[in-house]
Ligand binder design. Structure first.
Ligand SMILES: Cc1cc2nc3c(=O)[nH]c(=O)nc-3n(C[C@H](O)[C@H](O)[C@H](O)COP(=O)(O)OP(=O)(O)OC[C@H]3O[C@@H](n4cnc5c(N)ncnc54)[C@H](O)[C@@H]3O)c2cc1C
Length: 558
């Protein structure tokens, strides 16, 4: 199909190329143009030609074998020519784990997935990988039905906020600049030429003039106020922990309400590629995971209340009452606190765009192996940064710690400082702050400033691990919910001192695992003191809390 988005196959094995071409033409020939070439046909030149001809490439499929080891190298360059093309490495099917270079290529964001060349015809496993990549690509590259059309000034803060809100909550929408011809036509057609921008035009013609988040949510039928009934469980926060609690609570017959002020998925929703979550061998976008979990909770009957954050929690007899921002109250028999943390971010725009492709927040363990022989940097001077540096040094050529203060002793345990000092490939740069960075497909360089001299320096860098702390979102909780010195909610046996619960604890029994110092209020995920800051552990705790709530509600735990 000339003019259609391109599926480009590069393989030196003509027979394999023919099979791949046949399979792609059969399934996708009506909507995509399939182009097949060998490595001798100058694939980079072809990519440049397609770019110059303004052709969109949806997937580049490059073959790799012992005799043709440069498929990964080609895929690593694809984004130089097309920033949105997906990259699929084709290998000869074999049993066992994929070779190290493939793992490294995935970790560095040089390929999106790998698959065996079609071994049978049809090969549904091969097609599953291709269609998953096409689906990911199509989300931002093909027209989608628009539930909402937003017309506003391109650089208006509120227009940006609305776009961010809709995309984080996966609402299909289109944005039209008020100065553009389609933007003007939309305003005219809606009779809104004098309306205050931004204007949101709904699929059924309703017009919202400079709407609040609550008005937008209401317009698409999302509730923003809780019901007046007594729920079994109120879940506060729709990150992975809260969504898991909602799925398990609702699926096990508990009337469940979940409150979320910003967007489903929490921090995980901001991750473009979660690679260590069970069951997703090529990774899953946080957005995808969040939508799946939200739909699952919804299907089981959980109620979702958007845009109304919890502002307080109190006990009223056997009930737990959560107050929300608009003054309403949620009455429930038990509460799951899943409000997570905000990771402190560097806030440097050029590095924000490289998150997940060289810039990592708190994720040193899973990425370390792929840093083999590379130049990596760690920002932070506390224990978490020290541990990350030591772990990374086992793989990387050199690890440079960038520490704002003039000494590690102020913030790091002595044993870690000793280990860092004794590790030859760790260097510590004090008084150093990152001020910028760049890279085409992934991080390539960092700009570092010496705070004493003011001198800046740009250095090559393959990865930057940022460990500058996280702040729990617990300011809204009452004093009778005990927190550690960083503000995380203390639970279970950690509440016991000398075999006794805190003085405010009103029951004979000790607090259960995950239960806070307020009976019936459980804390799960990142907000909990001592928790592992990971999606899987947050999901695990969210589901375990429901098991404990069954015990609590049965009455034998009052
Ligand atoms: C960029 C990035 C990438 C990551 N990548 C990975 C990864 O690859 N693998 C991995 O395992 N982990 C990863 N993590 C960590 C992982 O996302 C977290 O461990 C996980 O999201 C914690 O889930 P949670 O539900 O406990 O908290 P959160 O995800 O923080 O969710 C808390 C939710 O509560 C809501 N909330 C806050 N205050 C209130 C209130 N007052 N009322 C109601 N709701 C409220 C928030 O809006 C938020 O939606 C990543 C984190 C980040 C930031």
């Amino acid at each position: 199909m000339p003019g259609a988005p391109v599926l480009l196959v590069v393989d030196d094995d003509p027979r394999a190329r023919g099979v791949v071409e046949g399979e792609l033409l059969k399934r996708y020939g009506a909507d995509y143009q399939v182009i097949c070439v060998g490595p001798a046909d100058d694939p980079p030149g072809l990519l440049a030609k397609l770019r110059d001809g303004q052709r969109r490439i949806s997937i580049v499929l490059a073959g790799e074998s012992e005799s043709q080891p440069n498929g990964t190298e080609l895929l690593a360059r694809v984004r130089e020519f097309d920033r949105t093309a997906m990259r699929l490495l084709l290998i000869h099917w074999e049993f066992g784990p994929p070779p190290e270079p493939i793992l490294q290529a995935i970790a560095l964001g040089h390929i999106d997935a790998y698959a065996g060349r079609p071994a049978t015809v049809p090969d549904e496993e091969f097609h599953l990988t291709v269609t998953e990549l096409l689906e990911k690509w199509s989300r931002s590259n093909l027209p989608r039905p628009e539930v909402m059309r937003v017309v506003g000034e391109e650089w208006s803060v509120r227009a940006h906020e609305i776009r961010d809100l809709l995309s984080r909550n996966v609402v299909p929408f289109g944005f039209y600049s008020e100065g553009s011809q389609p933007g003007r036509a939309l305003l005219e057609h809606a009779g809104a030429t004098t309306a205050t921008l931004p204007v949101v035009i709904m699929f059924d013609g309703r017009v919202l003039e400079n709407p609040s988040n609550t008005q937008i949510a209401n317009a698409i039928g999302v509730r923003t106020s809780p019901g007046a009934c007594l729920y079994d469980v109120a879940v506060i926060g729709a990150g992975p922990a809260g969504l898991a609690a909602a799925v398990y609570g609702a699926s096990e017959g508990l009337s469940t309400v979940i409150l979320e002020p910003v967007a489903i998925g929490g921090q995980a929703g901001m991750s473009s590629d979660i690679r260590n979550y069970l069951g997703f061998p090529t990774g899953v976008s946080g957005e995808d995971l969040a939508v799946r979990a939200y739909t699952q909770a919804w299907n089981f009957g959980a109620e979702y209340v958007y845009g109304n954050p919890a502002t307080g929690l109190r006990t009223q007899g056997q009930e737990r009452v959560v107050t929300v921002a608009d003054g309403d109250e949620v009455r429930s028999r038990a509460v799951v606190i899943a409000t997570g943390v905000s990771y402190r971010r560097l806030g440097i725009p050029s590095l924000e765009g490289l998150t997940g492709v060289g810039v990592f927040y708190g994720a040193a363990t899973s990425e370390a192996k792929s840093m083999q022989d590379r130049e990596v940097f760690v920002v932070g001077g506390a224990n978490s940064a020290g541990q990350a540096a030591i772990h990374l040094a086992r793989y990387a050529a050199r690890v440079t710690m960038l520490v704002r203060s003039h000494s590690l002793a102020e913030s790091m345990s002595e044993y870690l400082i000793r280990e860092i000092t004794n590790t030859p490939n760790i260097a510590v740069r004090h008084n150093a702050v990152v001020t910028g960075g760049s890279g085409t497909c992934s991080l390539e360089s960092l700009t570092i400033q010496d705070q004493m001299s003011g001198v800046t320096q740009t250095v090559p860098a393959a990865a930057l691990f940022v460990l500058i702390g996280a702040e729990p979102r617990t300011q809204w909780l009452p004093d009778d919910i005990k927190r550690d010195r960083w503000g995380f909610v203390v639970t279970g046996t950690d509440l016991m001192a000398g075999g006794h619960p805190p003085a405010s604890w009103p029951l004979q029994r000790p607090p259960m695992f995950l239960e806070s110092s307020l009976p019936g209020a459980f804390a799960v995920g990142d907000v909990r003191s001592g928790s592992v800051k990971r999606v899987a552990s947050a999901v695990g705790e969210g589901s375990v809390a429901i098991r404990l709530i069954h015990d609590y509600l049965r009455g034998d735990r009052h």
